[in-house]
Design a binder for this molecule. Structure first.
Ligand code: NAD
Length: 466
């Protein structure tokens, strides 16, 4: 039978003025009935999530157009299809994932049964950011449902149209006893965090991640951000490199945690790369990207001001135009940027790509290793030995060679950071495992007591000699 949890927090701490006590305890009551543990319930909720995505496609497209003018094609790819793939993958594999996993036994446990049981944690909290406001709450939700948990979802208040859509439309698809949406910003999230959760899954920036970690006192996953370096080797096919870089940097107007954040290359490569980048930008978005229906806007005034300030680092080589009213920032390339300047100190999170020149790959590796561990390290090189060298001598959540962002589309790869870029991982089976406690189980037989007695006191001379 399911039991309550012990995260070190007590419900009394959350009592009093906290507005979420009632909600959390009603979910806990539902958890204690054990209904989310059954395969049938998990399957029905996953199917319902799939139906939500099908039925509400147009409202989803509209909400994201309103939040950040996200191009419909980008919404379909990154917010709908990607989540549906996760739903279908979980439905196809759930029965296998749920099976107890047998383990090797030693001599004294030969007659016993030893296994790992994947158990749901209980009542879990998923906190999302604004940049992929649906994907980054629903992909974790797939894992949480598949693993058999009750869930509170807290979407970002910044992407307010999507937040409203999720709060108004998602709950009617799911079992309301077990799944709830809470809206609001830092104040509401802080109050929510005063309650006892059995697992917290947070996606957002590293500073807030630290706050959540300190407040949580429970098991948690942190999906954070940072600056993803991208080394471009001298002998690369510059137009292909530029196409793949510009796509990764400008998808969702650069507001992507796995986007290439800055380029490291030699001065000679920079000279060849710049015209190729200019060509790619014009090919993708026309002579004036502001007119392109395929280029999103910046989410908020605050974020716009942040990106505009970064344009003062180094020198603008391509783009640089902005429009405050529309929160438009043109696809921009900065050169002559010093490592100490803001564009090289802060996560950019916009369509701006600084280039820092380094004499060779070893200097690039040293540069990467002198900074926080990123979510992804990218390298573009025809020489596979050079790719391996960067792979072996750097550390990051993920790694991509000769493309950007694409590694995260593989459901068979874990997605997550390391150090400052995150803790834990998810996607596909990794999501199921993330939201499951791996319970170590040994069911002993009552036989072979003579052998067992060898470990009981008194520890005679004969036993000690064994
Ligand atoms: P954020 O950390 O400001 O907000 C994330 C969530 O935390 C929101 O729901 C917000 O309401 C809540 N929150 C904000 N401040 C809080 C506080 N003081 N106390 C409690 N809760 C608080 O992040 P964001 O601006 O929405 O997202 C951008 C960041 O997220 C970037 O750093 C980006 O790299 C990162 N990110 C990481 C991933 C990943 O998978 N690793 C994906 C997307 C975004």
């Amino acid at each position: 039978a399911p039991t309550g949890s012990d995260t070190g927090k007590t419900d009394s701490k959350a009592a009093g003025m906290n507005p979420y006590v009632g909600l959390v305890s009603s979910l806990r009551a539902a958890w204690l009935t054990g209904k989310t543990r059954t395969a049938e319930h998990r399957v029905s909720q996953l199917e319902a999530l799939g139906r939500f995505l099908d039925d509400k496609k147009q409202p989803i497209l509209d909400a994201m157009a309103s939040d950040m003018r996200k191009p419909p094609f980008e919404v379909e790819l990154s917010e709908i299809i990607l989540v549906k793939n996760e739903v279908n993958y979980a439905l196809n594999n759930l029965s296998t994932w749920m099976k107890d996993e047998g383990v090797d036994k030693n001599l004294v446990t030969q007659l016993d049964t030893a296994f790992i049981r994947k158990e749901p944690y209980g009542v879990v909290l998923i906190i999302g950011p604004w940049n992929y406001p649906l994907q980054l709450i629903l992909v974790p939700l797939v894992g949480a449902i598949a693993a058999g948990n009750c869930v509170i979802i807290k979407p970002s208040e910044i992407s307010s149209s999507t937040e409203k859509l999720v709060a108004e439309m998602l709950p009617s698809y799911l079992d309301k006893d077990c799944f709830a949406v809470v809206t609001g910003g830092p104040a509401e999230t802080t109050q929510l965090l005063e309650n006892k959760f059995d697992y917290i899954f947070f996606t957002g920036n590293p500073q807030v991640g630290k706050i959540v970690m300190a407040a949580a006192a429970t098991h948690l996953t942190l999906e954070l951000g940072g600056k993803n370096p991208c080394y471009v080797a001298d002998e690369s096919d510059m137009q292909n490199v530029a196409n793949r870089l510009v796509w990764g940097r400008c998808f969702n107007a650069g507001q992507t945690c796995v986007a290439p954040d800055y380029v490291l290359c030699s001065a000679e490569t920079q000279e060849k790369l710049l015209p190729a980048l200019r060509h790619a930008i014009t090919q993708f978005f026309g002579p004036d990207p502001r007119e392109s229906p395929d280029f999103a806007r910046i989410i908020s005034d605050k974020q716009f001001q942040h990106i505009r300030a970064l344009l003062g680092s180094g020198r603008v080589a391509i783009g640089g135009q902005t429009d405050e009213k529309e929160r438009y920032v043109a696809p921009t390339v900065l050169v002559d940027v010093q490592p100490s300047e803001p564009a090289m100190q802060e996560e950019i999170f916009g369509p701006v790509l600084p280039i820092v020149t380094v004499p060779n790959v070893d200097e690039a590796i040293a540069f990467i290793n002198s900074r926080e561990r990123p979510l992804v390290v990218y390298v573009f090189a025809a020489n596979s030995k050079l790719v391996r060298r960067v792979l072996e001598r750097t550390s990051s959540g993920g790694f991509g060679a000769n493309d950007s962002v694409m590694q995260m589309t593989l459901i068979s790869l874990p997605f997550g950071g390391i150090g400052n870029s995150g803790l834990g991982s998810y996607h596909g089976k990794f999501s199921f495992d993330t939201f499951s406690h791996h319970r170590a189980c040994l069911l002993r037989s009552m036989g072979l007591e003579t052998m067992n007695s060898l470990r009981y006191p008194p520890y005679s001379e004969r036993k000690r000699g064994l």
